[in-house]
Ligand binder design. Structure first.
Ligand code: ASP
Length: 345
């Protein structure tokens, strides 16, 4: 009997210690897209705007973690800020399809349970990440698309908007240019805020991927990941990228890491980027930095897949590799250390 009591006390003590451990490790990481993001293409006002929006997203997510919220809640809160900002290619400010519509994709995954939810090609859901979470929590499915996804979201009480809500002049102008040049563009390729091409050389070579994403670790030691996007300018035929594909643009497992990607979606789908990073950790014992580097800086580079990822493990280790010129990114940790970065240096 005495032995049993001792064991129970020992167990609860170690549980408390563990909980305390994770409390010190809460971490939130975000990205706002990767691509040809250089100082040359940036104005001071534009940079300030991006830094402010990224900081606001970090703070919104961190506030949730700090008051004991789950990593899923934090991911959703941070992504809401970026979906509501016209600066990013997600929610308000999403790019236009060839037909002049905004078709949005999003996904979310719970590292604790392995459950996931995704939506694709929706046109009237204000915050697609919330609809993706409803799919995970309130349906028996993983992915819903188009009209069906919109009907489901409406039934779940998710906020709907008129499609015109997503309109921004810069993205509209970018579509007109892309149509004129018969070019299918991945997001806002080297254009200024009015949608005009700022540097033809960069326009031809360069692309920017304005997808948003977040990974988080909560004080219960649970990881979560989410990604939200408008896809690519002038896309047609119901094209869907990697953002809503579990294992490609989004992945989370408490055993390994949480990942959200941004970049040329077709390459990320074919390389199963999110799961590949997790698998390198699980089967080869790589740490999160080594695993993310291997996939983004070697495998994707060999395959000419441009972009980057944010990744986070259960110890609070952060990796943010990208093989493009820049990536809007940032993290915030329990010890108050935070960072917002745009360029390589
Ligand atoms: N990955 C997204 C897609 O291919 C684009 C992006 O990252 O902005 O749809």
């Amino acid at each position: 009997m005495k032995k049993l009591v001792l064991i129970l006390v020992g167990l609860s003590l170690s549980f408390m210690l563990n909980a305390q451990d994770y409390k010190n490790k809460i971490t939130l990481v975000i990205h706002g897209g990767a691509g040809t993001i250089t100082r040359k293409n940036m104005t001071p006002e534009k940079e300030k705007g991006y830094r402010a929006a990224l900081t606001q997203a970090l703070e919104a997510g961190y506030a949730v973690l700090k008051k004991g919220g789950t990593s899923l809640d934090a991911v959703e809160a941070a992504i809401h800020v970026m979906e509501d900002s016209p600066l990013f290619n997600a929610g308000k400010g999403a790019v236009f399809t060839h037909e002049g519509k905004n078709e949005l994709d999003a996904s979310i995954m719970d590292g604790k349970t392995g459950m996931a939810g995704a939506i694709a090609g929706v046109t009237n859901i204000k915050n697609p990440i919330t609809a993706a979470r409803k799919v995970m929590e309130k349906s028996e499915h993983v992915m819903l698309i188009g009209k069906g996804a919109e009907e489901f979201a409406q039934k779940q009480g998710v906020e709907l908007v008129e499609p015109a809500y997503f309109y921004t002049e810069a993205r509209w102008n970018a579509l007109q240019e892309a149509i004129k040049e018969e070019r299918v563009e991945l997001d806002h390729s080297a254009r200024d805020t009015t949608g005009a091409v700022v540097d033809d050389e960069i326009f031809v070579e360069g692309k920017k991927y304005g997808t948003v994403g977040c990974v988080a670790l909560d004080q219960y030691g649970n990881l979560a990941a989410g990604t939200s996007t408008g896809g690519m300018t002038n896309k047609r035929y119901g094209r869907v990228g990697d953002a809503p594909i579990i294992g490609a643009g989004t992945y989370a497992s408490n055993e390994t890491c949480a990942v959200s990607a941004t970049g040329h979606g077709e390459y990320f789908i074919r390389s199963v980027v999110g799961y590949d990073i997790s698998a390198l950790m699980e089967y080869k014992g790589y740490n999160v930095q080594k695993a993310a580097n291997e996939v983004v800086m070697k495998k994707l580079v060999d395959r000419k897949g441009e972009g980057g990822v944010i990744a986070l493990d259960r110890k609070g280790n952060v990796a943010m590799p990208f093989n493009s010129e820049g990536m809007y990114r940032g993290f915030i940790k329990a010890d108050g250390v935070s960072e917002v970065k745009i360029y390589k240096d």
